[in-house]
Design a protein around this ligand. Structure first.
Ligand code: NDP
Length: 339
Protein backbone atom coordinates (compact mmCIF):
# COMPACT_ATOMS: atom_id res chain seq x y z
CA UNK A 1 0.00 0.00 0.00
CA UNK A 2 1.46 3.38 -0.98
CA UNK A 3 1.34 5.89 1.82
CA UNK A 4 1.13 9.58 0.98
CA UNK A 5 2.95 11.76 3.46
CA UNK A 6 2.41 15.34 4.52
CA UNK A 7 5.45 17.17 5.92
CA UNK A 8 6.04 20.72 7.10
CA UNK A 9 9.24 22.08 5.51
CA UNK A 10 11.08 25.11 6.90
CA UNK A 11 11.29 27.54 3.96
CA UNK A 12 12.75 30.61 5.70
CA UNK A 13 13.68 31.77 9.21
CA UNK A 14 10.79 33.60 10.92
CA UNK A 15 11.23 37.27 11.80
CA UNK A 16 9.48 37.59 15.17
CA UNK A 17 6.34 35.46 15.23
CA UNK A 18 6.03 32.55 12.83
CA UNK A 19 4.08 33.74 9.79
CA UNK A 20 2.62 32.40 6.54
CA UNK A 21 5.32 31.25 4.18
CA UNK A 22 7.92 30.44 6.87
CA UNK A 23 6.88 26.79 6.53
CA UNK A 24 5.26 24.87 3.69
CA UNK A 25 3.19 21.69 3.88
CA UNK A 26 4.33 19.33 1.12
CA UNK A 27 2.93 15.97 0.04
CA UNK A 28 4.80 13.00 -1.33
CA UNK A 29 5.06 9.21 -1.18
CA UNK A 30 6.65 7.51 1.85
CA UNK A 31 9.78 5.62 0.77
CA UNK A 32 10.23 1.86 1.22
CA UNK A 33 11.85 0.67 4.44
CA UNK A 34 15.42 -0.53 4.67
CA UNK A 35 16.59 -3.19 7.11
CA UNK A 36 16.45 -1.85 10.71
CA UNK A 37 13.89 0.87 9.91
CA UNK A 38 10.30 1.46 10.94
CA UNK A 39 7.50 3.50 9.38
CA UNK A 40 5.64 5.54 12.00
CA UNK A 41 2.28 7.28 11.76
CA UNK A 42 2.16 10.32 14.02
CA UNK A 43 -0.69 10.36 16.53
CA UNK A 44 0.26 13.49 18.47
CA UNK A 45 2.87 16.13 17.82
CA UNK A 46 4.33 17.89 20.84
CA UNK A 47 4.51 21.65 20.30
CA UNK A 48 7.28 23.20 22.38
CA UNK A 49 8.83 26.66 22.69
CA UNK A 50 12.06 25.12 21.44
CA UNK A 51 10.45 24.56 18.03
CA UNK A 52 10.69 28.33 17.62
CA UNK A 53 14.36 28.31 18.71
CA UNK A 54 15.15 25.56 16.18
CA UNK A 55 13.58 27.64 13.38
CA UNK A 56 16.05 30.47 14.07
CA UNK A 57 19.78 30.55 13.49
CA UNK A 58 20.53 32.09 16.88
CA UNK A 59 23.23 30.47 19.02
CA UNK A 60 21.55 27.36 20.50
CA UNK A 61 22.13 24.02 22.15
CA UNK A 62 21.91 21.93 18.96
CA UNK A 63 21.99 22.73 15.24
CA UNK A 64 18.94 24.65 14.00
CA UNK A 65 16.64 23.12 11.39
CA UNK A 66 18.21 23.79 8.00
CA UNK A 67 16.19 25.73 5.41
CA UNK A 68 14.49 23.14 3.18
CA UNK A 69 14.48 20.44 5.85
CA UNK A 70 11.41 18.96 7.57
CA UNK A 71 10.53 20.84 10.75
CA UNK A 72 11.88 19.01 13.79
CA UNK A 73 9.62 17.97 16.66
CA UNK A 74 8.80 15.20 19.08
CA UNK A 75 5.62 13.23 19.44
CA UNK A 76 3.84 9.95 19.87
CA UNK A 77 3.32 7.57 16.95
CA UNK A 78 2.14 4.11 16.05
CA UNK A 79 4.34 1.67 14.16
CA UNK A 80 2.73 1.04 10.75
CA UNK A 81 5.43 -1.20 9.32
CA UNK A 82 8.65 -2.59 10.78
CA UNK A 83 11.92 -4.08 9.54
CA UNK A 84 13.41 -3.73 13.03
CA UNK A 85 13.50 -6.57 15.56
CA UNK A 86 11.74 -5.45 18.72
CA UNK A 87 9.07 -3.23 17.17
CA UNK A 88 5.98 -4.42 15.37
CA UNK A 89 2.96 -2.83 13.74
CA UNK A 90 0.59 -1.43 16.35
CA UNK A 91 3.30 -0.60 18.89
CA UNK A 92 3.00 2.91 20.34
CA UNK A 93 6.30 4.77 20.46
CA UNK A 94 7.91 8.06 21.34
CA UNK A 95 9.35 9.45 18.09
CA UNK A 96 12.34 11.05 19.84
CA UNK A 97 13.63 13.88 17.67
CA UNK A 98 11.06 13.36 14.94
CA UNK A 99 9.50 15.68 12.42
CA UNK A 100 6.28 17.57 11.72
CA UNK A 101 4.80 14.97 9.39
CA UNK A 102 2.06 12.39 9.14
CA UNK A 103 4.49 9.53 8.50
CA UNK A 104 8.18 9.21 9.20
CA UNK A 105 10.70 6.51 8.44
CA UNK A 106 13.30 6.14 11.16
CA UNK A 107 15.88 3.65 12.41
CA UNK A 108 14.00 1.49 14.92
CA UNK A 109 16.75 1.98 17.49
CA UNK A 110 15.97 5.72 17.65
CA UNK A 111 12.41 5.29 18.89
CA UNK A 112 11.23 4.04 22.26
CA UNK A 113 8.25 1.78 22.76
CA UNK A 114 6.02 3.29 25.42
CA UNK A 115 5.13 1.28 28.49
CA UNK A 116 1.39 0.74 28.76
CA UNK A 117 0.12 2.25 32.02
CA UNK A 118 -3.58 1.51 32.46
CA UNK A 119 -5.61 4.67 32.97
CA UNK A 120 -2.89 6.99 31.65
CA UNK A 121 -3.79 8.82 28.41
CA UNK A 122 -1.29 8.93 25.55
CA UNK A 123 -0.88 12.68 25.92
CA UNK A 124 0.70 12.14 29.37
CA UNK A 125 3.72 10.71 27.54
CA UNK A 126 4.41 14.23 26.27
CA UNK A 127 3.41 15.83 29.61
CA UNK A 128 4.08 14.53 33.13
CA UNK A 129 5.86 11.34 32.10
CA UNK A 130 7.37 12.76 28.92
CA UNK A 131 10.05 15.35 28.22
CA UNK A 132 8.25 18.25 29.89
CA UNK A 133 7.74 16.16 33.04
CA UNK A 134 11.41 15.19 33.03
CA UNK A 135 12.38 18.84 32.58
CA UNK A 136 10.34 19.78 35.62
CA UNK A 137 11.44 16.82 37.74
CA UNK A 138 15.16 16.91 36.98
CA UNK A 139 15.50 20.70 36.97
CA UNK A 140 13.69 21.04 40.28
CA UNK A 141 15.08 18.01 42.10
CA UNK A 142 18.71 18.16 40.93
CA UNK A 143 19.28 21.92 40.55
CA UNK A 144 16.55 23.35 42.77
CA UNK A 145 17.11 20.73 45.50
CA UNK A 146 13.87 21.57 47.33
CA UNK A 147 13.58 21.15 51.08
CA UNK A 148 10.38 21.08 53.14
CA UNK A 149 9.27 24.56 54.17
CA UNK A 150 11.14 26.38 51.41
CA UNK A 151 9.43 28.84 49.06
CA UNK A 152 9.46 28.05 45.35
CA UNK A 153 8.43 30.51 42.64
CA UNK A 154 7.79 29.25 39.11
CA UNK A 155 7.04 31.35 36.02
CA UNK A 156 4.89 30.19 33.06
CA UNK A 157 3.34 28.26 35.93
CA UNK A 158 0.23 27.01 34.14
CA UNK A 159 2.22 25.63 31.23
CA UNK A 160 3.47 22.11 30.64
CA UNK A 161 6.71 22.39 32.61
CA UNK A 162 5.64 25.00 35.16
CA UNK A 163 2.51 23.18 36.27
CA UNK A 164 4.57 20.06 36.99
CA UNK A 165 7.31 22.00 38.80
CA UNK A 166 4.84 23.52 41.25
CA UNK A 167 3.14 20.23 42.01
CA UNK A 168 6.41 18.34 42.51
CA UNK A 169 7.55 21.13 44.84
CA UNK A 170 4.30 20.77 46.81
CA UNK A 171 4.93 17.01 47.10
CA UNK A 172 8.38 17.90 48.50
CA UNK A 173 6.70 20.01 51.20
CA UNK A 174 7.44 23.46 49.78
CA UNK A 175 5.35 26.60 49.64
CA UNK A 176 4.66 27.25 45.95
CA UNK A 177 3.81 30.47 44.16
CA UNK A 178 3.09 30.44 40.43
CA UNK A 179 3.18 33.33 37.97
CA UNK A 180 0.83 33.08 34.99
CA UNK A 181 -0.95 35.27 32.45
CA UNK A 182 -4.68 35.02 33.21
CA UNK A 183 -7.19 34.74 36.05
CA UNK A 184 -8.38 31.43 34.63
CA UNK A 185 -4.85 30.02 34.80
CA UNK A 186 -4.30 31.38 38.32
CA UNK A 187 -7.53 29.78 39.47
CA UNK A 188 -6.50 26.44 37.94
CA UNK A 189 -3.16 26.68 39.74
CA UNK A 190 -4.62 27.27 43.19
CA UNK A 191 -7.86 25.29 42.93
CA UNK A 192 -6.81 22.30 40.82
CA UNK A 193 -3.02 22.04 40.97
CA UNK A 194 -2.75 22.93 44.68
CA UNK A 195 -0.39 25.92 44.43
CA UNK A 196 -0.40 28.10 47.56
CA UNK A 197 -0.78 31.29 45.52
CA UNK A 198 -0.77 32.46 41.92
CA UNK A 199 0.02 35.87 40.47
CA UNK A 200 -1.54 37.15 37.24
CA UNK A 201 1.41 39.11 35.85
CA UNK A 202 -0.80 40.80 33.25
CA UNK A 203 -3.00 42.39 35.93
CA UNK A 204 -0.96 42.57 39.13
CA UNK A 205 2.20 44.36 40.22
CA UNK A 206 4.44 41.28 40.27
CA UNK A 207 6.88 42.71 42.83
CA UNK A 208 4.15 43.67 45.30
CA UNK A 209 2.39 40.32 44.82
CA UNK A 210 5.66 38.43 45.44
CA UNK A 211 6.17 40.44 48.65
CA UNK A 212 2.68 39.44 49.74
CA UNK A 213 2.89 35.74 48.86
CA UNK A 214 6.55 35.13 49.75
CA UNK A 215 6.89 36.79 53.18
CA UNK A 216 10.03 34.72 53.93
CA UNK A 217 11.69 35.42 50.58
CA UNK A 218 12.29 32.93 47.76
CA UNK A 219 14.53 29.87 48.03
CA UNK A 220 14.06 28.46 44.52
CA UNK A 221 13.22 30.32 41.32
CA UNK A 222 12.36 27.86 38.56
CA UNK A 223 12.77 30.23 35.63
CA UNK A 224 10.82 29.68 32.41
CA UNK A 225 10.29 33.24 31.16
CA UNK A 226 13.09 35.78 31.79
CA UNK A 227 12.66 39.54 31.34
CA UNK A 228 10.86 41.75 33.85
CA UNK A 229 9.24 38.86 35.70
CA UNK A 230 12.61 37.21 36.34
CA UNK A 231 14.04 40.55 37.52
CA UNK A 232 11.32 40.90 40.15
CA UNK A 233 11.92 37.35 41.41
CA UNK A 234 15.71 37.74 41.53
CA UNK A 235 15.30 40.80 43.74
CA UNK A 236 13.59 38.63 46.39
CA UNK A 237 15.89 35.60 46.41
CA UNK A 238 17.15 34.43 49.80
CA UNK A 239 20.78 33.73 50.68
CA UNK A 240 21.93 30.51 48.99
CA UNK A 241 18.83 30.36 46.77
CA UNK A 242 18.89 28.07 43.73
CA UNK A 243 17.76 29.04 40.27
CA UNK A 244 17.21 26.31 37.67
CA UNK A 245 17.25 28.32 34.42
CA UNK A 246 14.96 26.27 32.23
CA UNK A 247 13.73 28.75 29.63
CA UNK A 248 13.50 32.40 28.58
CA UNK A 249 10.36 32.30 26.48
CA UNK A 250 9.80 36.07 26.63
CA UNK A 251 12.77 36.50 24.27
CA UNK A 252 12.31 33.68 21.74
CA UNK A 253 10.46 35.88 19.23
CA UNK A 254 12.78 38.87 19.81
CA UNK A 255 14.37 40.42 16.74
CA UNK A 256 16.79 42.63 18.74
CA UNK A 257 19.19 41.76 21.61
CA UNK A 258 17.25 41.59 24.89
CA UNK A 259 18.46 43.88 27.72
CA UNK A 260 18.85 42.89 31.36
CA UNK A 261 18.60 41.18 33.76
CA UNK A 262 18.83 44.44 35.68
CA UNK A 263 19.02 42.83 39.12
CA UNK A 264 21.80 40.41 38.16
CA UNK A 265 24.02 41.63 41.03
CA UNK A 266 21.60 39.99 43.51
CA UNK A 267 22.96 36.62 42.40
CA UNK A 268 26.30 37.68 43.89
CA UNK A 269 24.93 39.46 46.96
CA UNK A 270 22.67 36.53 47.89
CA UNK A 271 25.15 33.70 47.08
CA UNK A 272 22.73 32.29 44.49
CA UNK A 273 23.40 29.19 42.39
CA UNK A 274 22.05 29.69 38.86
CA UNK A 275 22.31 26.80 36.44
CA UNK A 276 21.10 26.73 32.88
CA UNK A 277 20.16 23.25 31.75
CA UNK A 278 18.73 21.23 28.89
CA UNK A 279 16.63 18.27 29.91
CA UNK A 280 18.90 15.81 28.13
CA UNK A 281 21.67 16.71 30.62
CA UNK A 282 19.76 14.50 33.05
CA UNK A 283 19.18 11.41 30.92
CA UNK A 284 20.67 9.15 33.58
CA UNK A 285 17.82 10.24 35.91
CA UNK A 286 14.93 9.74 33.45
CA UNK A 287 14.02 6.21 34.61
CA UNK A 288 13.81 7.41 38.21
CA UNK A 289 11.94 10.58 37.15
CA UNK A 290 9.40 8.67 35.05
CA UNK A 291 8.80 6.23 37.86
CA UNK A 292 8.24 9.01 40.40
CA UNK A 293 5.98 11.00 38.07
CA UNK A 294 3.98 7.93 37.03
CA UNK A 295 3.44 6.93 40.66
CA UNK A 296 2.30 10.43 41.64
CA UNK A 297 0.04 10.55 38.59
CA UNK A 298 -1.58 7.22 39.39
CA UNK A 299 -1.95 8.23 43.06
CA UNK A 300 -3.82 11.36 41.91
CA UNK A 301 -1.15 13.71 43.28
CA UNK A 302 -0.40 15.30 39.89
CA UNK A 303 -3.07 17.09 37.88
CA UNK A 304 -2.31 17.84 34.29
CA UNK A 305 -4.04 19.76 31.54
CA UNK A 306 -3.60 19.17 27.83
CA UNK A 307 -4.35 21.73 25.13
CA UNK A 308 -5.20 19.70 22.03
CA UNK A 309 -5.30 21.26 18.57
CA UNK A 310 -6.68 19.14 15.72
CA UNK A 311 -4.80 18.60 12.47
CA UNK A 312 -1.19 18.63 11.27
CA UNK A 313 -2.06 21.53 8.95
CA UNK A 314 -2.59 23.69 12.05
CA UNK A 315 0.84 23.04 13.62
CA UNK A 316 2.61 26.31 12.64
CA UNK A 317 -0.26 28.62 13.61
CA UNK A 318 -0.85 26.68 16.85
CA UNK A 319 2.75 27.18 17.98
CA UNK A 320 1.77 30.80 18.61
CA UNK A 321 -0.47 29.63 21.46
CA UNK A 322 2.71 29.19 23.51
CA UNK A 323 3.72 32.80 22.93
CA UNK A 324 0.31 34.39 23.42
CA UNK A 325 -0.40 32.19 26.46
CA UNK A 326 -3.54 30.61 24.97
CA UNK A 327 -2.48 27.13 26.11
CA UNK A 328 -3.28 25.72 29.54
CA UNK A 329 -0.91 22.81 30.15
CA UNK A 330 0.80 20.77 27.46
CA UNK A 331 0.17 21.91 23.89
CA UNK A 332 -0.17 19.06 21.39
CA UNK A 333 -1.47 18.63 17.86
CA UNK A 334 -3.63 15.58 17.19
CA UNK A 335 -2.42 14.35 13.82
CA UNK A 336 -4.24 11.01 13.39
CA UNK A 337 -6.35 8.52 15.33
CA UNK A 338 -4.79 5.98 17.68
CA UNK A 339 -5.44 2.35 16.64
P1 NDP B 1 4.30 26.27 28.28
O1 NDP B 1 3.28 25.21 28.21
O2 NDP B 1 4.73 26.81 29.61
O3 NDP B 1 3.85 27.46 27.35
C1 NDP B 1 4.53 28.66 27.35
C2 NDP B 1 3.89 29.66 28.30
O4 NDP B 1 4.79 30.72 28.49
C3 NDP B 1 2.63 30.29 27.74
O5 NDP B 1 1.48 29.52 27.99
C4 NDP B 1 2.60 31.65 28.42
O6 NDP B 1 1.81 31.54 29.59
C5 NDP B 1 4.06 31.88 28.84
N1 NDP B 1 4.63 33.03 28.13
C6 NDP B 1 4.79 33.15 26.78
N2 NDP B 1 5.34 34.34 26.49
C7 NDP B 1 5.51 34.99 27.68
C8 NDP B 1 6.02 36.27 28.04
N3 NDP B 1 6.48 37.14 27.11
N4 NDP B 1 6.03 36.60 29.34
C9 NDP B 1 5.57 35.75 30.28
N5 NDP B 1 5.07 34.52 30.01
C10 NDP B 1 5.04 34.15 28.71
O7 NDP B 1 5.62 25.76 27.55
P2 NDP B 1 6.63 24.66 28.11
O8 NDP B 1 6.19 24.20 29.43
O9 NDP B 1 6.88 23.69 27.06
O10 NDP B 1 7.97 25.51 28.27
C11 NDP B 1 8.11 26.44 29.35
C12 NDP B 1 9.56 26.94 29.35
O11 NDP B 1 10.42 25.84 29.56
C13 NDP B 1 9.99 27.56 28.03
O12 NDP B 1 10.83 28.66 28.31
C14 NDP B 1 10.77 26.46 27.36
O13 NDP B 1 11.72 26.94 26.45
C15 NDP B 1 11.39 25.79 28.55
N6 NDP B 1 11.78 24.40 28.34
C16 NDP B 1 13.08 24.09 28.56
C17 NDP B 1 13.51 22.81 28.46
C18 NDP B 1 14.94 22.53 28.77
O14 NDP B 1 15.40 21.41 28.52
N7 NDP B 1 15.68 23.50 29.29
C19 NDP B 1 12.61 21.72 28.04
C20 NDP B 1 11.22 22.15 27.88
C21 NDP B 1 10.85 23.46 28.01
P3 NDP B 1 1.13 32.83 30.27
O15 NDP B 1 -0.32 32.80 29.92
O16 NDP B 1 1.37 32.57 31.73
O17 NDP B 1 1.81 34.04 29.76
Amino acid sequence: MERINKTWILRRRPEGEVSDGDLELVEGPVRALEEGEVCLRTLYLSLDPTNRIWMSDREQYMPPVAIGDPMRGGGIAVVEESRFDGLEPGDIVNTGLGQWSLYQVKPGKEVNKLPVLPGVPLTAYMGPIGMTGMTAYCGLMYIGQPKPGETVVVSAAAGAVGSMVGQIAKIQGCRVVGIAGSDEKCEWLTKTAGFDAAINYKKEDVGAALDKHCPDGIDINFENVGGEIMDEVILRLNDFARMPLCGLISSYNATEPVPGPYNFSMLLMRHVTLKGFIVTDFMEHFAEGRQAMASWLLEGKLKFATDVVEGLENAPTSLERLFTGKNLGKLVVKVSDAP
